[in-house]
Design a protein around this ligand. Structure first.
Ligand code: FMN
Length: 108
């Protein structure tokens, strides 16, 4: 691991984050990054809840390395996606398409 705060915080080898990309960064791409030492991000914008659980399960199956999920705040079920992902063991969340500090998202 590099002597880098981001690497230490995320427990990754290199300070590189694979972007969350709808339709693209499902578990196939993200697992392929698993042994490269960077942070993988599951892009789940297009996925229903079952598909999200399946993708997280596959990620957990294919690597022990940490990964993030992208939470698009435009989705009305964004808080549910956080709950589902957290219950499946995810601890890194990258929000997009909205402002997490806005009142709409607080307390959900
Ligand atoms: C095909 C494609 C799909 C993307 N889908 C998402 C997405 O679902 N959520 C998101 O936050 N960003 C999405 N992005 C944006 C990327 O996460 C990233 O922010 C963007 O590619 C800029 O990356 P860069 O700053 O490394 O150049 C997408 C980008 C591409 C090219």
């Amino acid at each position: 691991m590099l002597a880098n705060k981001l690497c230490q915080l995320l427990n990754i080898q290199y300070p590189v984050i694979q972007a969350g990309m709808v339709w693209v960064s499902d578990w196939h791409l993200s697992s392929a990054c698993s042994n490269s030492g960077i942070l993988r991000t599951l892009g789940l914008w297009s996925m229903g809840h079952e598909e999200i659980e399946l993708n997280i399960g596959k990620m957990n199956e294919h690597t022990k390395n940490p990964f993030a999920v992208n939470i698009p705040l435009l989705r009305p079920d964004a808080a549910d996606i956080v709950r589902i992902s957290h219950a499946a063991g995810v601890s890194i969340f990258i929000t997009s398409a909205g402002n997490a500090s806005c009142g709409r998202y607080r307390g959900q």
